[in-house]
Design a protein around this ligand. Structure first.
Ligand SMILES: Cc1cc2nc3c(=O)[nH]c(=O)nc-3n(C[C@H](O)[C@H](O)[C@H](O)COP(=O)(O)O)c2cc1C
Length: 368
């Protein structure tokens, strides 16, 4: 029988338990995306709190785009030294740290107010942010793929234990997969093979830079839960192809701010049936691919998530909101206090300009 506290290994990465802090935008980096003392503290607390692997909040690979307030960056070599210091401290707690690389696309402030570029696969207004991106040219695509690859190399040089591509929740890579937002008629639009090309090529550009053994993960939507969105069948195709290309693990999420109301991320979890809300998708993908699947979304109760890893082809359990609420949740469970996570998924932590958990009032981060 598998335990949540098993020591495991994949792609050369040793994990002291099966808990992963799912990428969570902390909103406390400085204006340029650099590490602040507050950010440092959040990560150190997480490491002290027992989680085996931390995935950082979404981190900008280029400063041609406007960073969200407090978003982390890794867009030039000036970041290497400060991340070395952060990583060093996390490693002292026998905890891994993986950086999530992202491009925000149209889930951002408009160019008119920032003077920065807003890219999209096509010039289709984001239904939630009401921002219309500029359709990426082939040069833009190639520039951004290189920016992802350079950022990954920087991450490797700094000592991050791996990188995760953010291809979920309506950010730029996710938008390429979504027919509603991707109306291109060239090789990057149309069929799922074409819509996923941006991700496949970005993955390959990264792999070329970091070599065959460096862990590369991806977070992807199971379904966009919107009209004319990416379907689950299409997500399965993308995961299979990425596995064939050499990706090392996939985290299965779903939805975006453009999703239909009450679909995708579950808010206000009030009953056990509402927990682990993407598990059926993660399990189906786990049956079809041979790399570890990470389940995220509504993981709250110890016995129930223990079942998840034993009854379904799921290897790792990722949590976000519960660790905003209680950074020491994993240690608490390990020490024998098995009460469910205190987080009630009220989503009041989703606040632009700094997340605040209603239970601990610790200022933290902002959007998805
Ligand atoms: C404040 C906040 C910030 C988030 N930031 C990110 C992010 O930077 N990247 C990402 O992939 N997901 C982000 N998410 C989504 C979470 O990683 C996770 O997928 C989602 O909250 C569901 O998991 P949970 O039920 O454990 O909270 C964020 C969620 C919250 C609440």
């Amino acid at each position: 029988m598998k335990s949540l506290f098993d020591q495991t290994e994949f792609a050369g990465l040793k994990l002291k338990n099966r808990f992963i802090r799912s990428a969570t935008y902390d909103g406390v980096a400085d204006e340029g995306g650099h590490v602040t003392e507050e950010l440092f503290q959040i990560y150190e607390n997480l490491a002290k709190g027992g989680v085996g692997t931390i995935i950082t909040g979404l981190t900008a690979v280029t400063d041609r785009e406007q960073l969200s307030p407090g978003q982390m960056g890794i867009y030039d070599d000036s970041f290497i030294t400060e991340y070395k210091r952060l990583i060093n401290v996390i490693h002292q707690h026998d905890t891994n740290i993986i950086v999530q690389l992202a491009s925000l696309g149209s889930q951002n402030s408009p160019s008119e107010t920032t003077g920065k570029v807003v890219w999209g696969p096509s010039a289709v207004e984001d239904s939630n942010y009401k921002v219309t991106p500029q359709e990426m040219t082939l040069e833009d695509i190639s520039f951004l793929q290189t920016a992802f690859a350079d950022a990954a190399l920087r991450a490797q040089k700094a000592g991050f234990d791996g990188i995760q591509l953010h291809a979920a929740h309506g950010y730029l890579l996710s938008k390429f997969l979504t027919p509603y937002y991707n109306r291109r008629t060239d090789n990057y639009g149309g069929t799922i093979e074409n819509r996923a090309r941006m991700i496949f090529e970005t993955y390959q550009a990264i792999r070329e830079k970091v070599g065959p053994t460096y862990p590369i993960l991806i977070k992807i939507n199971s379904d966009d839960f919107m009209d004319d969105g990416m379907s689950f069948e299409e997500c399965k195709y993308v995961c299979q192809k990425l596995t064939a290309l050499g990706i090392n693990a996939v985290e299965i999420s779903g939805g975006s701010p453009s999703s239909r109301l009450n679909e995708g991320v579950v808010r206000g979890i009030k009953a056990p049936e509402q927990e682990e809300y993407f598990k059926r998708y993660a399990a189906e993908i786990g049956q079809e691919i041979h790399v570890p699947v990470i389940a995220v979304g509504g993981n709250r109760e110890f016995t129930s998530i223990t079942k998840l890893i034993n009854e379904l082809p799921i290897e790792y359990i990722a949590l976000s909101r519960p660790l905003i609420c209680e950074s020491d949740l994993i240690k608490r469970w390990q020490d024998g206090d098995m009460k469910s996570a205190k987080c009630v998924s009220c989503n009041k932590c989703f606040r632009r300009g700094g997340t605040l958990c209603i239970f601990n009032r610790r200022k933290q981060s902002a959007p998805q």
